[in-house]
Design a protein around this ligand. Structure first.
Ligand code: NAG
Ligand code: NAG
Ligand code: NAG
Ligand code: NAG
Ligand code: NAG
Length: 397
């Protein structure tokens, strides 16, 4: 009797092993290595900037995305003054044969950097672009190559170039503006009907456990009262990832899906997620200025031909300038990237990648029923478990 029960248990365990076969091996370290140097169109940093672009393009194609390059002109300020440069947004489309209202989702991150020492090219925004690449890789692996998911809806990954709002002063128009106004809107046939929203991943590696490392200004309190209270209870530590979202219906849906997937992982973590929903009826020019330099602003403030048409978009961020930077681990000297990537920061990054990938898989794709007959990789471990547990059953008779 007991043997039969154990046998059944073993079978159930085996079956669940087959069903749990989503590839979620996040390899963030390897990606980060490609974004540890300054990437900027000035004499000293131009080569790294081009190299980062080429790397992203190659990776997107390798994952199976359809790659498009959106070339635009903008101006940047360098030590020699202002100059016009060509920027290139790299767009990787995972197209679906049909879409429905709210179906299309965009995930984007900047790949250029400014030339400032603080927070440096790894934090802003090397971590964000590495997370974008890993999310794209894991999504495509699961929907295109593993046979475990079928993609339903179009999902677009975009690596934005030249976020001039985060460079030193200058009138240049950022890559994100060009993407929304000159690519996305045409792609959507000039209607937001099928658009579900965008995730913008900007500065996501700075987790700071020092008390009072988080900004507690009055404007922050009035804008995000709940986050402010929860920070106060935690010694105002910068130990959370923020999801900044407008309060429209589409942004709210997308945010709820991400928050749900991020928190699904119930392991105890030394950090949390803060839902930073903006007050309803807030104008984009009233938003706390530190949260308007990221590319989300071009969705929130979308204004084709003078008519305001805000598009749904979420900013996933460690709040950037609202959080103190960690001290340099190499005491003032130039640090190799791996010195910055502590276990805690890695865990912090991985949590965002998993939250995003699970959101995309659940929202943009459908799980296919397991096919135990054919995929030997999935069935062998479960057969093995059945045998081991049956043997154990013998011992306990
Ligand atoms: C950028 O400016 C250069 C020089 O004026 C011009 O040749 C080029 O076509 C422009 N590129 C775009 C994408 O507008
Ligand atoms: C997604 O695609 C699968 C497989 O083609 C289909 O069975 C399912 O109904 C689709 N889901 C939605 C929400 O359209
Ligand atoms: C835009 O219109 C074209 C042509 O009618 C159609 O094939 C395409 O699916 C539409 N795109 C979206 C995003 O709805
Ligand atoms: C603005 O209007 C012009 C002329 O009607 C049109 O060609 C253009 O696509 C519009 N721009 C946007 C972003 O809708
Ligand atoms: C295994 O999968 C391949 C490709 O999908 C298919 O052609 C083949 O018939 C399958 N074999 C079995 C035993 O189901």
């Amino acid at each position: 009797m007991r043997r039969l029960a154990l046998g059944l248990l073993a079978f159930a365990l085996g079956a669940s092993l087959v069903a749990a076969d989503i590839d979620m091996d996040v390899e963030i370290k390897e990606k980060l290595q490609h974004f540890s140097e300054y990437r900027f169109p000035s004499v000293r940093h131009e080569a790294n900037w081009i190299k980062a672009r080429e790397y992203i393009e190659t990776e997107f194609a390798y994952y199976g995305l359809r790659v498009q390059k959106q070339i635009f002109n903008t101006t940047v300020s360098t030590i020699d003054g202002e100059k016009t440069v060509e920027g290139v947004n790299i767009i990787g489309v995972a197209g679906a044969t049909s879409n429905k209202p709210n179906a299309i989702v965009v995930v984007g991150a900047n790949y250029d950097s400014n030339t400032r020492e603080n927070p440096g090219p790894l934090f802003n925004n090397g971590a964000g672009i590495a997370a974008l690449l890993e999310t794209a890789r894991l999504f495509m692996h699961n929907v295109k190559w593993s046979g475990h998911f079928k993609q339903n809806f179009t999902t677009i990954f975009v690596a934005f170039d030249l976020n001039t709002k985060e460079h030193d002063s200058g009138p240049g128009v950022p890559g994100g503006w060009h993407f929304v106004n000159e690519w996305l809107w045409n792609y959507l046939n000039k209607t937001d009907t099928n658009f579900g929203g965008a995730f913008v991943v900007d500065s996501i590696m700075n987790i700071n456990q020092e008390p009072n490392s988080q900004d507690t200004s009055e404007i922050f309190r009035s804008m995000f009262p709940e986050t402010f209270n929860s920070m106060a209870k935690n010694g105002n530590k910068g130990n959370f990832i923020g999801v900044v979202a407008p309060s429209d219906e589409k942004s709210k849906n997308l945010k709820d899906q991400f928050v749900g997937n991020y928190r699904k992982d119930r392991r105890k973590r030394p950090f949390r997620l803060e839902d930073m929903t903006l007050p309803s009826a807030i104008n984009h020019n009233q938003i706390i200025s530190e949260l308007t330099t990221q590319e989300t602003i071009h969705f929130w403030a979308f204004n084709p031909n003078g008519t305001s048409r805000p598009l749904p978009a979420l900013l996933i961020t460690d709040t950037e300038k609202l959080r103190a930077m960690p001290p340099n681990p190499c005491s003032g000297k130039v640090c190799p990237p791996k010195a910055w990537l502590t276990d805690e920061r890695e865990e912090f990054l991985v949590a965002t990648v998993k939250g995003l990938t699970n959101t995309l898989l659940r929202r943009q794709a459908t799980r296919l029923p397991a096919q135990p007959d054919n995929s030997s990789k999935a069935t062998l471990p479960s057969l093995f478990t059945v045998v081991v547990l049956l043997l154990l059953g013998r011992f306990y008779q």
